[in-house]
Ligand binder design. Structure first.
Ligand SMILES: C[S@@+](CC[C@H](N)C(=O)[O-])C[C@H]1O[C@@H](n2cnc3c(N)ncnc32)[C@H](O)[C@@H]1O
Length: 282
């Protein structure tokens, strides 16, 4: 990159380079990275296409371009992502929240009464529990995770959204849920089987925490542990709602029914894939 680069010229170069490296949305990623580095929004970029870039700006963007070309997720480079129209800090200690997980938030909202107690198992960045707390001001909520590094990120997000009074974070293993009764237990647990691991995109396989993704028993262990404990941790009419991988709907439904949960259902995401399974304690 020489010093005669204009913003548009660099944008085109980055787009071609990212495309060569197999990145899915090369132009969008180039725009977002450039906008972030120059402290502009995307409209600001379009209005400054002819602006020559300073040497210091090129020095700042160069390592970021290199990292993205090596398939590091854009969200880790930017340090944040959007979920449920809220801004979340993300670091490599947490899974990057996915828009498909908003289906779980929608289902939880549809089951929630005016007040209650909720547990989010495997809270990661806190995306689910914070989104729900932002909608359900009379609920008390707990986000549980085994990873103290993930919980530090979740704590930062709780503070950013000023939900300290409503959301408590707890370190623990989902194999032994807190001895407490909840009206809603929600979880997006690890559910990738060893066999599926090698198929993952480099962004996921090489950069997101394996602890957040990989699950024993062919991806089923967390569902088995949650189903086994749900009857003793849910209040009457309380719901267990989990995100699933697209091949897991039947197995998780069977597990929930065998655990004694009623009204077991599957909800599809907006691409038509089974995404959430839920069951109720009668
Ligand atoms: C798929 S991520 C979900 C993160 C976040 N809830 C979301 O939807 O974006 C799963 C989370 O479960 C946590 N986790 C993995 N094994 C666990 C266990 N045995 N007990 C509690 N949490 C666990 C991971 O640290 C990770 O944060």
């Amino acid at each position: 990159m020489s010093e005669s680069w204009t913003l548009l010229k660099l944008l085109r170069w980055m787009t071609d380079y990212f495309s060569e490296k197999g990145i899915d949305n090369p132009r969008l990623d180039a725009e977002l990275l450039l906008a972030y580095t120059l402290n502009l929004d995307r409209v600001g970029l379009y209005l400054n296409y002819d602006r020559p870039l300073l040497a210091v700006e090129l020095d700042t963007i160069r390592p970021l371009v290199k990292r993205r070309a090596q398939r590091e997720p854009l969200q880790y480079l930017l340090g944040s992502t959007e979920f449920w129209s809220l801004d979340f800090t993300v670091t490599p200690a947490v899974l990057i929240p996915r828009s498909d997980t908003e289906i779980l938030v929608e289902e939880a909202l549809s089951k929630a009464g005016p007040e209650g107690q909720l547990l989010d198992v495997g809270t990661g960045s806190g995306a689910i529990v914070i989104s729900l707390a932002s909608e359900l001001s009379n609920w008390q909520m707990t986000g549980l995770d085994i990873s103290t590094q993930a919980l530090a990120v979740a704590q930062q997000n709780v503070e950013t959204h000023q939900l300290e009074e409503q959301v408590q974070l707890l370190q623990g293993n989902l194999a032994e849920l807190p001895l407490h009764q909840y009206d809603l237990i929600v979880s997006n647990p690890p559910y990738i089987s060893q066999g599926e691991w090698d198929e993952l995109m480099p962004e996921v396989r090489c950069f997101e925490p394996q602890l957040a993704l990989l699950a024993e028993n062919d991806g089923m262990i967390c569902y088995q542990q949650l189903a086994a404990q749900a009857p003793s941790r849910l209040n009457p009419n309380g719901w267990l709602l989990v995100e699933i991988g697209y091949k897991q709907a039947e197995a998780v439904k069977t597990l929930f029914s065998a655990a004694g949960l009623k009204d077991v259902f599957v909800r599809e995401d907006y691409s038509g894939h089974p995404r959430v399974v839920g069951g109720c304690l009668s």
